[in-house]
Design a protein around this ligand. Structure first.
Ligand SMILES: *[C@@H]1O[C@H](CO)[C@@H](O)[C@H](O)[C@H]1NC(C)=O
Ligand SMILES: *[C@@H]1O[C@H](CO)[C@@H](O)[C@H](O)[C@H]1NC(C)=O
Length: 526
């Protein structure tokens, strides 16, 4: 015994994957032997077997494990994270399409079998074990050949709900036909199913998938497979459709609502916002590209703006707000002044903010609580610079994430901000892409921020001295985006930056011009 324990300990320290994990990989590789062995294996091994099967894409084994899952909860976040047996955090990778499909179909067959047993035999059949399938936390990195986007997962799950409902429907119809008599009462609401599984999930819908999701949500309350939405995202959906879906979401479970490119305008927001106040745990509201424009307000619009602010203040748990790409010039106090508790994340990119907006913000209850601030696309080369510097000083103790991309900042403006940036001692991320900064300015930024020990990612612009002579001055963001960068010159600068990081012992910081890294930074993971 002692020596086995000793070797297990050695293995788990010495190897990336423990002996238990290596054995699990062997077991799930052979479906027949897994089937034979399952009855004898202690149920404590299910999690590691699941991870091994998911990692090696043993889809049949995966389905079998789901079918016989011995615990009430099957959670992707818990099962696919880095664990004592295997270092890999599969939850942070693109989810494999076939594995996800198999888990869903595993739950469907499990439920159908249970329902059949309940119906067929007088005895109640096997006890229900699995109650919750938690699919939240999976990545959404778009559609690859083998990966599955959030959009497709939403469609797949909605279809699974409809499939189960059809099965249930067939049985109910058969029973009700048998019972039919001239004196029978008219049918009431459908009966609750004897067994059910809740699927906790993030949903992403557009007009293409609206119909199927609506159908699935509509039958949710009496279906054996039920969608419980955590984060809800709708893109390019009409006001009526958006409201049509919000109506069916669980009031307690929803954490985030993200309505983008929906062109709602103030009048649309007026309709949608009251439907959000029922979500008692709503912590994040994202309304980018809502097409709100407060310049030249008519009297009616002023009222709508006030109403919008009022509805916002009724979201008692709100921590994150994104109003990006709406023109809010001069109206920030009106919009945020009624909120009772502080926001921790505020995204106001391309909002045409004025100095009095930033002055209000730096005095507001939000600023000392801010973890994430996005002021990209606001002109910091002019009269916004001083108030922004003041704001940054106030937010510095808490700020983890700062985006000031495409702000027309040159070296001189950056130099004004540097003392405030250096005060952000907990800063993990800084985005300055799309600003006309020189190589010298970037080196100065690196030199000054190298002491920010939590800083792990900086997205910096192509230095202006790496562009051709035809770059207009001062350049706009689109001049910078579309201008020609001399690859050789840029290569030299980026090398110098890397060297500076190395000699400062900060190989742990990523300095990059690549915006892709930016997408994975989520407020809830801060
Ligand atoms: C909805 O999203 C899916 C997946 O990204 C896409 O294939 C489809 O074209 C979109 N529909 C519309 C109407 O844009
Ligand atoms: C930003 O400010 C600069 C002044 O430095 C001005 O020239 C420019 O027109 C402003 N840009 C916008 C889009 O307001």
């Amino acid at each position: 015994m002692a020596s086995t324990a000793f070797w297990l300990a050695v293995c788990s320290v010495a190897a990336m994957n423990s002996l238990v994990f290596l054995c699990s990989q062997k077991v799930v590789a052979d479906f027949d032997s897994l089937q034979d062995a399952l009855g004898f294996l202690p149920k404590e091994l299910y999690p590691v077997l699941f991870k091994a099967a998911f990692m090696d894409k043993r889809t049949l084994s995966l389905q079998l494990l789901v079918n016989t899952w011995p615990f009430p909860v099957l959670s992707f976040q818990k099962l696919l994270r880095k664990c004592q047996h295997c270092e890999r955090a599969l939850i942070r990778e693109k989810p494999n399409k076939y594995c996800i499909q198999m888990v869903i179909s595993g739950v469907v067959t499990y439920l159908i079998k249970l329902l059949e047993n309940r119906r067929g035999s007088k005895s109640k059949g096997p006890q229900q074990r699995l109650q919750i399938l938690d699919m939240t936390g999976l990545q959404d990195e778009g559609q690859g050949p083998e990966s599955m986007s959030l959009w497709s997962r939403t469609v797949t799950l909605a279809k699974a709900c409809l499939d189960i409902s059809k099965q249930q429907g067939k049985w109910t119809r058969r029973t009700s036909k048998r019972r039919k008599s001239p004196y029978s009462k008219p049918p009431g609401p459908p009966a609750l199913p004897p067994v059910s599984v809740d699927v906790w999930v993030d949903l992403f819908v557009n007009s293409t998938s609206y119909g199927v999701l609506k159908d699935a949500l509509q039958i949710n309350s009496y279906n054996a497979l039920r969608l419980r939405c955590r984060d809800f995202r709708a893109e390019e959906l009409s006001i009526a459709s958006t409201v049509g879906l919000l109506e069916f979401l669980d009031p307690v479970g929803v954490r985030q609502v993200d309505l983008r490119f929906n062109n709602l305008g103030l009048s649309g927001l007026r309709v949608v916002l009251p439907h959000l106040t029922k979500f008692t745990n709503l912590a994040s509201l994202k309304l980018p590209y809502s097409n709100v424009d407060v310049r030249r307000l008519t009297v009616g619009m002023e009222g709508s703006l006030q109403y919008f602010a009022n509805q916002l203040s009724r979201l008692r748990c709100l921590k994150e707000l994104n109003l990006g790409s709406s023109r809010l010039s001069g109206k920030l106090r009106l919009l945020l002044g009624d909120l009772q508790s502080p926001l921790e994340s505020l995204e106001l990119a391309f909002c045409y903010l004025l100095p009095n907006d930033l002055a209000y913000l730096s005095q507001s209850l939000h600023t000392p609580a801010l973890k994430k601030l996005d002021l990209s696309g606001n002109n910091l080369s002019d009269c916004l610079l001083q108030p922004f510097q003041g704001l940054l000083m106030e937010a510095a103790p808490t700020l983890l994430h700062l985006d000031i991309m495409e702000c027309r900042m040159m070296d001189t403006h950056l130099n004004v901000l540097l003392p405030a940036i250096c005060r952000c001692s907990r800063l993990r991320y800084l985005g300055v892409f799309g600003n006309p900064i020189s190589a010298k300015g970037l080196k100065n930024l690196l030199h000054k921020t190298v002491g920010l020990l939590d800083l792990k990612l900086v997205i910096y612009p192509y230095p202006v001295d790496c562009y051709g002579d035809d770059l207009p001055w001062p350049p706009t963001s689109s001049n910078l985006l579309n201008g020609n960068v001399d690859e050789e010159k840029f290569f030299r600068v980026s090398n110098e930056l890397q060297q500076m990081l190395l000699s400062a012992n900060r190989a742990d910081v990523t300095w990059t011009t690549n915006l892709c890294r930016h997408n994975s930074l989520d407020f809830f993971s801060l």
